[in-house]
Write a protein that binds this ligand. Sequence first.
Ligand code: GSH
Length: 211
Amino acid sequence: MTIDLYAFDTPNGRKISVALEEMALPYTVHVVDITRGEQHDPAFVAISPNHKIPAIVDLEGPAGAPISVFESGAILVYLGEKTGRFWPRDPVARVAVLEWLMFQMGGFGPIPGQVHHFVALKDETERRYGLERFMAETRRLYTVMDERLAAHEFFAGELSIADFAILGWAWRHERHRIDLADYPHVQRWYETMMARPAVARGFAVALRRPA
Ligand SMILES: N[C@@H](CCC(=O)N[C@@H](CS)C(=O)NCC(=O)O)C(=O)O
């Protein structure tokens, strides 16, 4: 039985298509076009009460009962629990995964997301303060990541759901005006991640309807 993925072609949507591919879970995509307001459709809000993608429905949830999950971090943990993959059983190893997953959910997502917003404003005076503020914080986050990756192959040591979460946003580095050459360890990790066949499939799957 497949998992239903409700998503759009954005960093938070891509995190989940990448994770589903890496975990070799069969899934069916349901495009929720957030540029057309489809995130407000009552049927979608019933499974995603925050009116945001991504969400999943797993018809074969715990004890065989269907379950829906919203919030990308919760989805990644759910899928890690379901498959036992990229989500260590060892409590110490699990702490590192949770730390970097929460780092992404609380910072490296909301902050570059603000850069995407301010950079799109046409009026230079309107956007200057916001852009400077959120660009500075975005650069700081990349520095934190670079320092971590200087000593670790992946964020939590072994490849984990934290890497899938962070990759979704790093994929948009050009849009938040980051040159990965300034962060060589992040660049090395990014190239390693993007070279994985399952990751490539996760980014290739259509999360947008043809125009
Ligand atoms: N914390 C949420 C954020 C989800 C999110 O911001 N989704 C965006 C697309 S990346 C969305 O659905 N935006 C539609 C809207 O805000 O109306 C998660 O990680 O799942």
